[in-house]
Design a protein around this ligand. Structure first.
Ligand code: ACO
Length: 321
């Protein structure tokens, strides 16, 4: 038994913030942001919009594309690090919006790897007969937890949501997923405050992302290179078998490094970072939905999805679409 992607959907908030807009907020330039990251613009949620609002739009679009109604969904898994509330978890809030009653709603906090983690968990539920129709979402609103005076982070992060519907299938489908974490790197990318940890008055902007960018960059490139090898080896495949790389969209240079590792021309990589920035857990399903809806990704294509984020967490999925 395998799981297969029956439908995809995504959502981006209406407001677009360009690099030129950012030049008016912090000491930066369009040229610096474009050459270091590949980002040109990003979407920012409205003040009254929440992560669950974005997740709902993406979920409804995925359900529509899969031809699935709320009564069919028997598992919800959502990756987010920016939930609406401490609890109920965003999956429960979403469940109520969609009129789904009873199935488990699991929220995963794995920063930018949240969607791949969710996909891996939902895939295992379906393979073992624990679910027949899973809604898997990645949704994040990182603009709410960046310090808008810190040019090293505020130019990178953005808002959005992406979703897929997974159903059982006799044929792959999701061929394998691989998820990892190493908390030894927790001091390179983090938000200082949470719920139970005592606030440290000496730390400014405790609810905001702190990142040692160049150190994260090096670990990300090496780690993603390793997970590409792990994924190919697990499936006894050569890199030439991959039709599309659907990477986490943090930085164009990291994406190019992974494409190089796979000997893939950039035409075979779904890149959205220029228009969307880093949407954390949403970035992979947003890129997937973009490639599916514009007709590049076709049924039968072999896709390699990968992500890397705070924790550090990282993961991949090899999918016969
Ligand atoms: N505008 C202008 N100058 C800037 C800006 C800016 N927005 N930000 C930093 N600079 C300056 C720095 O102050 C530094 O100046 P200095 O040399 O005088 O000290 C210089 O530019 C170079 O800074 P670096 O940090 O070394 O720049 P780098 O080339 O490494 O690019 C970046 C920074 C884009 C953050 C890169 O390191 C990166 O993409 N890192 C990985 C991010 C990532 O993948 N995160 C994981 C996922 S996110 C998640 O999980 C939530």
């Amino acid at each position: 038994m395998y799981s297969r992607i029956a439908g995809t959907g995504s959502y981006l908030p209406e407001k677009v913030l360009t690099n030129f807009d950012l030049e008016k907020i912090v000491e930066t330039t369009d040229e610096w942001i474009r050459t270091r990251t590949g980002i040109e613009r990003r979407h920012v949620a409205a003040p009254d919009e929440t992560t669950c609002d974005m997740a709902e739009h993406a979920a409804r679009r995925a359900m529509e594309s899969a031809g699935v109604g709320p009564e069919e969904i028997d598992l919800i898994v959502i990756g987010t690090t920016t939930p609406d509330q401490v609890f109920p978890n965003t999956g429960c809030l979403l469940q109520a919006r969609l009129g789904i009653h009873g199935p488990p709603a699991i929220q995963i906090e794995a920063a930018c790897s949240g969607f791949i983690y969710g996909l891996s968990i939902a895939d295992r539920f379906i393979r073992t007969g624990g679910a027949k129709c899973a809604l898997v979402i990645g949704a994040d609103m990182l603009t709410r937890i960046v310090d808008w005076t810190d040019r090293t982070t505020c130019v990178l992060f953005a808002d959005g949501a992406g979703a897929v519907i997974l159903k059982p299938s006799d044929e792959a489908g999701i061929m394998s997923t691989h998820i990892h974490a190493d908390g030894a790197y927790s001091n390179l990318l983090y938000v200082p405050t949470g719920v139970s940890k005592k606030h440290d008055p000496a730390v400014a902007n405790q609810h905001c992302v702190i990142m040692k960018g160049s150190e994260v960059f090096k670990v990300a490139v090496n780690t993603l290179g390793r997970i590409v090898d792990e994924t190919l080896e697990a499936n006894h495949l050569d890199k030439s078998a991959i039709d599309w790389l659907v990477p986490h969209q943090a930085n164009m240079r990291i994406i190019q490094a992974t494409a190089k590792k796979l000997d893939m021309p950039m035409e075979k990589v779904i890149v959205t970072v220029q228009d969307q920035g880093n949407t954390s857990a949403a970035s992979v399903p947003l890129a997937l939905d973009t490639g599916v809806r514009d007709g590049r990704i076709k049924r039968g294509d072999l896709l390699l999805l990968e992500a890397f984020g705070g924790g550090f967490t990282w993961g991949s999925a090899l999918i016969r679409y």
